[in-house]
Write a protein that binds this ligand. Structure first.
Ligand code: TXA
Ligand code: MG
Length: 318
């Protein structure tokens, strides 16, 4: 059983002692440890059962500290960092030799983020090393948005989870590669493409299909509940699967003729932020309920709707 607590100084102690802990951010909870210590990073990969070719994001609390472990800020990256950090966006930058190869899976770039959570900023400010933190879920499963989600899968593996409440954004950070000529979005997430374009002008989108950034392949099954999830027109699919126990995820409308206890509306007012905040908790809830199948509809493909749709599509892969 991991200790779930709001004690920031205890979180700092654990990290200084080379342990890995659950750490809140505004996007999802991370599984955090000293990014400079190869043995600690190994523990993170093991705890997550994560393939070694899938690199980690490194977190710290100031741009000055980022300077210590990147070799340079390519054109536009520094301004972008100052504008948007702390926040739900990760920048891929050329790494310095301080970052062990295991963190970046051998790449010469490192993914960096300053997360926007007051307790975690406090933790990071009191460390003289950055913290590597993937989302604190077993590889492929739905990311955690509460301390209890982390405990559900990591209780036997980690000693401590810092409880920073439910995350406010609810989906992972947007990843932008600034090591390329034109900034390239590698993962849709908590900062919308529209907002990024406003700042960078030219931006390319080249989403990772699988979890190996060096090997293009099939769309990974990711963010996936154990129950089968299918996407499409809800009413049509309800009719098609009328012999099954159905759980529903809708964008803003209630579906008539279905028990409301088995229906989850992401945002009745049609607010993308509210929908992203609710998405992973709803997936986990339905996964734990007595249903055979989860039926979901896509959101409008704009702003955070695009990132939410990306998660729903990957969750539907088998
Ligand atoms: O919101 C988030 O980003 C959360 C919180 C905890 O900060 N973290 C997170 O980490 O989502 P994770 O490990 O679940 O996803 C990180 C992704 C990896 O799948 C990897 O493909 C990509 O970041 N990545 C890491 N380093 C990279 C690099 N050097 N080049 C390209 N992609 C990289
Ligand atoms: Mg993840």
């Amino acid at each position: 059983m991991a200790k779930i607590s709001r004690d920031v100084s205890e979180a700092i102690e654990h990290l200084k002692n080379g342990e890995i802990i659950g750490l809140p951010t505004e996007t999802v909870y991370g599984l955090a440890g000293n990014a400079y210590d190869v043995n600690v990073v190994l523990k993170i990969f093991e705890a997550k059962k994560r393939p070694s070719f899938d690199p980690l994001i490194v977190h710290t609390d100031s741009v000055d500290k980022v300077r210590e472990f990147v070799s340079e800020f390519p054109s536009g990256a520094l301004e972008f960092g100052y504008q948007n950090w702390p926040g739900p966006v990760t920048l891929v930058l050329p790494k310095s030799s301080l970052i062990p190869d295991i963190v970046t899976s051998g790449l010469d770039t490192v993914a960096v983020r300053i997360p926007n959570h007051p307790m975690t900023l406090d933790v990071l400010a009191n460390l003289d090393f950055p913290v590597a933190a993937p989302s604190a879920n077993p590889f492929g499963y739905v990311s955690p948005t509460t301390a209890h989600h982390v405990n559900d899968s990591m209780a036997a593996i980690i000693p401590f989870i810092l409880d920073g409440g439910p995350t406010t954004i609810g989906i992972e950070s947007t990843i932008i590669d600034f090591s390329t000529q034109i900034p390239t979005i590698l993962r849709l997430g908590g900062m919308s493409v529209e907002d990024i374009q406003l700042q960078t002008g030219d931006v390319r989108i080249k989403l990772h299909q699988g979890s190996n950034p060096n090997a293009p392949g099939m769309l990974d099954s990711h963010y996936a509940p154990r129950k089968p999830l299918i996407i499409g027109n809800i009413s049509d699919m309800v009719e098609h699967h009328s012999d099954k126990k159905i759980g529903i995820i809708s964008w803003r409308d209630r579906i008539t003729g279905i028990n409301p206890a088995y229906q989850f509306i992401l945002s009745p007012t049609g607010d993308f932020m509210e929908a992203s905040k609710n998405l992973f908790a709803v997936l986990r809830k339905l996964d734990s309920m007595d249903v055979d199948i989860i039926i979901a509809e896509l959101l409008p493909d704009e702003f955070l709707g695009r990132a939410i749709n990306d998660r729903l599509r990957r969750a539907s892969q088998r």
